[in-house]
Design a protein around this ligand. Structure first.
Ligand code: ZN
Ligand code: ZN
Length: 300
């Protein structure tokens, strides 16, 4: 959700990077996302062409929830679009769908060699069936289903964004709750085709907290992956942070059929970050590009 820049360990660039094996970037934000103040849809398309990507999916934020503030209040300092409701909860600005769709269409004419999908990143879609139903008519071509908020332990029935959840549950408790909620969402009939950033709470895992306790997490992660595989959806490998390849191996073991790659870029320069490293790792876990370079990778 947040729009901090990613590390500069850039494995892209240069002519040799343009390889037919490189996957599409299926999780990208532009200025139409409420938290992407440096987003630029046209410049992102130009960057995709420069890098030699076969396709790009814009997945702009759609968040229906009202978030209780984290301890100490919000620290976004006006870098996001939204409002406070009468209870001090943050509500992000709604997606301006018509303007967004028109801008995608304009860029399709500017970059005819690039497959540009018009999609959304749907937050907690299983909790907002009526609101989600109203979006159906737009025919989005890619819907990433994500969790950005968890149940608020202090205000029953309310939700808090991850930083608030961390204050209430601690690091490991937040990761557990996130995985449990992801399993509920994966089992739902919410209209999304890719589960986004299963490792989202790990973005907040401090370096000083030591290595991730995979022995503790494995059973929960495998459960989410099994439910997701049964639903027929794809697993996203989000490249904002270095990936844990064992999660993709588990995905293969439980019968997962497809892997989506998403940089979660909120500005053009973060497009396809870590692409080489991640493509190699996903390949080693047993997934391959298909004959259509714009589609998900599938089981070998
Ligand atoms: Zn997200
Ligand atoms: Zn995102």
């Amino acid at each position: 959700m947040d729009d901090r820049g990613v590390a500069e360990d850039d494995d892209r660039g240069s002519a040799q990077w343009a390889d037919a094996r490189w996957p599409a970037d299926d999780h990208v934000h532009s200025q139409y996302s409420w938290d992407a103040h440096s987003g630029d849809l046209e410049a992102t398309c130009a960057r995709a062409v420069q890098l030699g990507l076969p396709a790009i999916s814009f997945t702009e934020h759609v968040d229906f929830g009202a978030w209780q503030p984290p301890p100490g209040g919000w620290t976004w300092n006006g870098a996001v679009r939204g409002r406070m409701d009468d209870h001090g909860r943050f509500m992000s600005a709604p997606l301006e769908v018509q303007a967004y769709v028109e801008e995608v269409e304009r860029c399709r004419h500017l970059f005819p060699g690039l497959r540009i999908r018009c999609g959304i990143e749907l937050s907690e879609g299983h909790r907002f069936p009526d609101e989600v139903a109203e979006l159906a008519g737009w025919g989005f071509e890619r819907v990433v289903g994500s969790l950005h908020a968890l149940q608020d332990l202090r205000h029953p029935g309310e939700v808090v964004e991850l930083r608030g959840a961390l204050a209430q549950r601690g690091l490991l408790g937040t990761v557990h709750a996130y995985l449990d909620e992801a399993a509920v969402m994966a089992a739902s009939d919410a209209p999304f085709e890719v589960l986004g950033h299963l490792d989202y709470p790990l973005r907040y895992w401090p370096a000083g907290a030591g290595p991730l306790p995979w022995d503790d997490l494995e059973e929960r992660v495998r459960h989410v992956l099994s439910v997701l595989a049964s639903s027929g959806r794809a697993l996203e490998v989000n490249t904002r942070r270095p990936m844990e390849v064992q999660v993709v191996r588990w995905w293969h073991e439980v019968g997962g059929q497809a892997v989506s790659f998403g940089s979660d870029a909120h500005r053009p320069e973060d497009l396809a970050v870590r692409w080489r490293e991640v493509a190699d790792a996903v390949s080693s876990a047993g997934f391959r590009p298909t004959a259509d370079p714009t589609s998900f990778w599938s089981r070998a």
